[in-house]
Design a protein around this ligand. Sequence first.
Ligand code: HEM
Length: 483
Amino acid sequence: MANTESARRKIMLILSDYYIPNLCIKIKITALEVFNNTGKTPSRHTLYKGLKIVMINVLNLNGRLNFLMISKQYHSTPSRQKYGNVFKTHLLGKPVIRVTGAENIRKILMGEHSLVSAQWPQSTRIILGFNTLANSIGELHRQRRRILAKVFSHSALDSYIPRIQQVVRSRIRGWCGERGAVTVYPATKALTFRIAIRILLGLRATDQQLTHLADIFEQLMDNIFSLPLDIPFSGLRKVRHRPSQPCCLSVCLSVCLSVCLPPSPLNPFPTSTESAVELIFAAFATTASASTSLMLQLLQNGQVLEKMRQELEQHGLIRDCEWLETLSRLRYLDCVIKEVLRLLPPVSGGYRTALQTFELDGCQIPKGWNIIYSIRDTQETAAVFLNPDTFDPDRFGPERDENKKGRFNYIPFGAGVRSCIGKELAQVILKILAIELTSAARWELATATYPKMQTVPVVHPVDGLKVRFHCVDAKGNKLPTEE
Ligand code: HEM
């Protein structure tokens, strides 16, 4: 029994470190059930088996619980109403200051490197690696950003467009060829993954390698916000030490793709697979989330889709958008993409640590404390947006341009020195997807009602959004499904 007690204490110790009260109670009960129900002192084997069951429960539950906790943090409107735009809460068991509102966000985002410093949760840092852009600070961050900026330059983006269009076109044809419904969120994740690997990184991966890597990334995303416990059965251990896999993701990527890593004129990562992992990670779920939200909004707002179609016809480029400059002439399409990212921002917020004690909105933030700046809440509550719950792309049009009334009310890509380095690329992908869908396909909801949305790790429909696609000709007539 002494063994049992010490094992239970060990678990409690680990958990209490991360202070999750409900989970602690649950574990205490489970541990007692596992160890005491036998009515006798367990053997080493039983004890180990029991511990294993407990830990699996804890850690599986932990993943979901963390998501729930984060979700709750981002949606704690009552707390915001009660305590204002800056208040203290807990995330992953640690105290954190949550910040909302354009003025407060401005101070945080413009204070990077002096007032605050980006600091992702420990699990994210461990999984992605410490040498990535998002995890580097100060001069190192500036240098890395300068190097990476080449991948996203105007000429680089121009060169990606025809190939992105090719990949998107072929994927949409595939969706139209499906007999049943397509689940949009995983389908767009596969699409962005393919674009990131083949076009952005210029890697020649086979379909089999792509599927294998996508599977690993999926697991990575599932565990990106988890307790930083590298112990058996934990999310962290799963992604770092997959059986029959090299021991970490970046190594895994390089081994899987070793035959095709160097050299490619577009591949700026002959040595840094960590950077490659980071870019795929940053592009993967975010762009897929926005793509899914785009399709959802176009399903729900037929008049917007019609207006987009008219704009494409006016420009005579229903099917050809070869250059960045051509894309930028489609003003209404630009408003549609902006509105999708306002109403359903894929990333809920960003993580910072206070480098010095400072005051924000009358509250003192002590040095060393964690801060989350909230994108979703800020966009949802910004007074500059009229009827904020309505999907209304014209709010970004030249006549109203509500966004002009305050710079930090609209921040789907963050702002300042840490703003999203891939934002132009993300917008290009979304625009090409919208053009291809509008001109070559029709899509309809395959379920009786629209799905609810989930917000963590990025915003997405709970059922992934089930849709039936059909190919159409230039006049909008349905084409027979290819066998
Ligand atoms: C709709 C799609 C996307 C959204 C909504 C989005 C959003 C964001 C946000 C909000 C940040 C800032 C986080 C912070 O303040 O700490 C960020 C940073 C970043 N994003 Fe994106 N992103 C998207 C797509 C992409 C793509 C396609 C790439 C690259 C291929 C990318 C690469 C990055 C990187 C590397 C950073 C870190 C920048 C730094 O720390 O200097 N993102 N993204």
